[in-house]
Design a protein. Sequence first.
Length: 230
Amino acid sequence: MGDRLRGKTAIVTGAAMGIGKASALLFAQEGAALILADLDEAKGEQVAAEIRASGGRAAFVRTDVSTSEDVRNLVAQAVALEGKIDVLFNNAAINYYGKVTDTPEEAWDRVMSVNVRSVYLGCKYAIPVMQGNGGGSIINTASAAALVGLKNLAAYTASKGAVLQLTKNLALDYAASGIRVNALCPGVTATEMTLKVIAESPDPAAARRRFDTARPMGRMGEPAEIAQTA
């Protein structure tokens, strides 16, 4: 285990799989105490157990990150268990494939709620705790889609653009409180969500080749690589 995060407490949302899981495991290896949030209770508890089995500190809190009550409880649990919050990684997100004209209103609202409202809520309730600690670090998962847009992903692209701009606002508003706010904008990453899309395509092998060869490195990124950036 390393010590870059020794003595720090970190909340990671969407921690049951993908970038969130990889980041939680790495943060724990670097000495952080983890509060893991996700809707998938079974997988979230597995990640927490894996961290504890390796000698780290971790607790799982089932959380709907789009719901104010759940996010308030998540922050309260972190404070109750560890006494402070040093890092908030707003990573949870969902996707929806479709152009604007193909996207039902309920799907649009759900993507915006999970991908954008969650960042607002996490920051709203965690920042006062960080201010009481004298500072902290907030990381928001945006996307390359926030910079260049992606075809047939209207709701997702709009949501990630909002996350990127909200991050800029937060960085300005809370710099004086010693709180750093940054966004990650990864390209297509080989998360469970991406691999599920590939597996469900008519020709999974061809779909995987398309995903890989469209990347400058000739392959998709790996969750562990994004975790290193976080």
